[in-house]
Design a protein around this ligand. Structure first.
Ligand code: PXL
Length: 276
């Protein structure tokens, strides 16, 4: 039987030159965790879209050409991890790609990147929301934040029944504790709900969703349990925010990932998950 010497992940995200999101976060994190990352880029941007102006090259037409070459090379993937798409039309391409390349035990993680803080990202519209719902049904694991959950207009159970075995909701405020934020997760296998509460530092950094889901993907691929994966991801985000927050700094550049990447080798220090 064929097995990859190092587990291989197809990473379907954009490449934003400035601002630490998507591939510039996904590749270093998953490489540091010991995986080979093969990017299938969805768009090339000058920066992420939270800057007032940016250039964008949509790669919708290039993606099938890349996939066709990978097919000829008979490349095998252990996981598929999708994030920001350059156009709604890409959902069909990505969906066919996963169907064609997935093996019985491959892991499919869909981060339905649509918006944050109650708003859609610039450049995305209703048609992207509609398409993203479809992609979410392909996944084993989905990781919307609270805003994306609202746009996907469903609840944990409904989303999970539509396909994914695991649904993880990030950026959930904690009732009457404004200095905390939480993550909720549901695993259909075992029918269990998990909650992780973390201290909240009052700053928003683009790319933390990509950081979170990258660590979750790596943790699940290395066979961590779901609550351990959640602990690992929240601990790493917190370390990243702490390494950044003390500086006078333009938050749009994202967390200072380079200062904390080596922490991915460390054991979990804070066990903070609860079964609810
Ligand atoms: O982190 C999400 C993300 C990914 N890609 C692009 C973005 C954003 C968020 O702003 O603009 C291009």
């Amino acid at each position: 039987m064929y097995t990859n010497k190092v587990k291989r992940i197809a990473a379907v995200h954009d490449l934003s030159g400035f601002g630490r999101v998507s591939l510039t976060v996904v590749i270093p994190i998953l490489s540091s965790m010991g995986f080979q990352v093969c990017p299938l880029p969805t768009a090339v941007l000058s920066s992420h879209t939270q800057y007032p102006e940016f250039s964008i090259l949509d790669l919708t037409d290039e993606m099938p050409r890349i996939i066709a070459e990978w097919k000829k090379l008979d490349v095998q993937f252990d996981a598929f991890y999708t994030g920001y798409l350059g156009a709604p039309r890409q959902v069909q391409i990505v969906s066919d790609f996963i169907d064609d390349f997935r093996q019985p035990d491959s892991l499919v993680v869909v981060d339905p990147v649509l918006g944050d803080n109650g708003r859609l990202y610039t450049n995305l519209d209703e048609s992207m929301i509609r398409e993203m719902r479809h992609l979410a049904t392909k996944a084993d694991v989905i990781t919307p934040n609270l805003t994306e959950l609202f746009y996907l207009k469903s609840y944990l159970r409904l989303l999970s029944d539509a396909g994914p075995q695991v649904v993880i909701i990030t950026s959930v405020p904690v009732h009457e504790e404004s200095h905390k934020t939480s993550v909720y997760a549901y695993n259909r296998v075992g029918d269990r709900y998990w909650k992780i509460t973390c201290p909240y530092l009052p700053a928003h950094y683009p790319g933390t969703g990509d950081t979170f889901t990258s660590v979750i993907t790596g943790a699940l691929l290395q066979r961590d349990s779901l609550p351990i994966a959640l602990d690992r991801a929240t601990q790493f985000i917190l370390q990243g925010i702490r390494a950044t927050f003390g500086y006078e700094y333009d938050n749009r550049e994202g967390i200072l990932l380079e200062k904390v990447l080596h922490n991915l080798d460390m054991p979990i220090q804070r066990a903070s998950y609860e079964l609810i």
